[in-house]
Design a protein around this ligand. Structure first.
Ligand SMILES: C[S@@+](CC[C@H](N)C(=O)[O-])C[C@H]1O[C@@H](n2cnc3c(N)ncnc32)[C@H](O)[C@@H]1O
Length: 397
């Protein structure tokens, strides 16, 4: 029997595509405009990837008759980490390219991936717009926020997956397989895969450019950035975030400044909102310069000046120095920028360690400069999560 077929848009180095390949799909065409990602993809997954800007590629240049369209459309514009997130950011509209190709090619299924921030963008309006655009071209569409560690990936990475189909099926989202050890409510789940069990074998292994043998495996890309600082500027006094957020909230109301007006004054897209929001634990405290400026605007007293503005140089303690704070649990999310400091504190995580935390196989070799390799991995869908999603689709096709 022939394999079900896939086209991968915004394929990057191929995390999502590789999961589908592993599950028995044949990828017949893929695209990305990043040279290094395309090289990595070509060398590891296949020569079917085309280098180029998707906005410049006509639908007629893409093969027809495939079963599934994949697309992790770019997330920078959507990311909560990016203060410029707004419907005006043109990268947000790259999903329209995906829509165009779905409309023209009519695959049975499509899978789109994005960051969590997409759900709250413009109070959910952006997500609703995307979903209704897909529905309008005849697809039944559902989405879920999935956590990679729930599927055996050693990383608590959360991403939104939108699945659509035009063949009258339920959209299949994978069942959770992993969880906390001895979870009384879910006794059948396997325990989370810890960071230590995934990358512990490389903890004290010297980094080097060339591949080498270690514990009977060939290790590629065990290279790492070395910029590790032991010091940081931290607050001198204890601060209670709730008290300060409450305090700021009161002064903002009394002085008649709206959050929006404060944002506009500072030139921030949404930061001021966090200064007054203690209710959902996501409040943040202004940095000393912003605090002084805010004080001028709202005319508050000196009550918390010391706590907020007095800083001192501190030594980074083990847990703070890394987001891989808990070696015994799945790691926090790897980003596409600088990876976390390794628990051995002498270096950042190596490219290979990041790849392992994203469940890329040991013989998947990354190409490009170190920053580019970190980025390709940080942008990817964890391979094993992609595999679980792919298996669900396969049983429907
Ligand atoms: C989030 S990453 C996708 C990662 C991929 N799904 C994976 O699992 O490895 C988004 C990708 O879109 C690519 N991209 C952004 N704009 C593009 C465009 N206009 N044309 C082609 N590719 C684009 C970027 O180079 C990046 O590799």
């Amino acid at each position: 029997m022939s394999k079900p077929t896939v086209v991968g848009l915004f394929a990057g180095c191929g995390g999502l595509d590789l999961g589908f390949k592993k599950a028995g799909f044949e990828i017949i065409w893929a695209n990305d405009f990043d040279k290094d990602s395309v090289k990595t993809y070509e060398e590891n997954i296949g020569k079917h990837i085309v280098l180029g800007d998707i906005t410049k590629i006509k639908s007629s240049e893409i093969p027809s008759g495939f079963d599934v369209l994949l697309g992790g459309f770019p997330c920078q514009g959507f990311s909560v980490a990016n203060i410029k997130r707004s419907v005006k950011d043109e990268r947000n509209f790259l999903y329209l390219e995906m829509l165009r190709i779905i409309k023209d090619k009519r695959p049975k299924f499509f899978v789109a991936e994005n960051v969590k921030g997409i759900l709250s963008l413009d109070k959910g309006k952006v997500m609703n717009l995307i979903l209704s655009d897909f529905e309008d071209i005849g697809y039944k569409v559902d989405y879920r926020l999935l956590t990679a560690s729930d599927y055996g990936v050693p990383q608590h990475r959360q991403r939104v997956f939108i699945i659509g189909n035009r063949i009258g099926k339920e959209n299949p989202f994978p069942k959770v397989t992993h969880g906390l050890k001895n979870d009384l409510f879910n006794p059948k789940l396997e325990p989370y895969v810890s960071t230590k069990s995934a990358i512990g074998h490389l903890a004290n292994v010297r980094t080097r450019d060339k591949p080498f043998r270690h514990k009977n495996i060939t290790i590629y890309n065990h290279v790492a950035r070395m910029n590790v600082s032991d010091k940081f500027w931290g607050r001198k006094h204890d601060v209670n975030q709730f008290d300060i957020c409450d305090y700021l909230k009161k002064w903002r109301k009394d002085s008649g400044w709206s959050t929006k007006k404060i944002d506009d004054h500072f030139g921030y897209a949404h930061t001021a909102g966090h200064w007054f929001r203690k209710d959902n634990n996501s409040g943040s405290i202004p940095n000393p310069d912003d605090w002084r400026e805010l004080k001028k605007l709202l005319k508050f007293d000196n009550k918390f000046d010391k706590q907020v503005t007095e800083l001192e140089e501190k030594t980074i303690v083990y847990e703070q120095s890394l987001r891989i704070s808990n070696w015994e649990e799945p790691s926090d999310t790897l980003t596409a920028t600088g990876p976390e400091i390794h628990p051995n504190k002498k270096r950042r995580l190596s490219v290979r360690e990041c790849a392992i935390l994203q469940t890329f196989p040991d013989d998947f070799i990354f190409h490009g400069a170190i920053g580019s390799m970190y980025k390709q991995i940080g942008n990817a869908v964890a391979v094993d999560l992609a595999y679980q999603i792919a298996r669900g689709l396969k049983s429907h096709i």
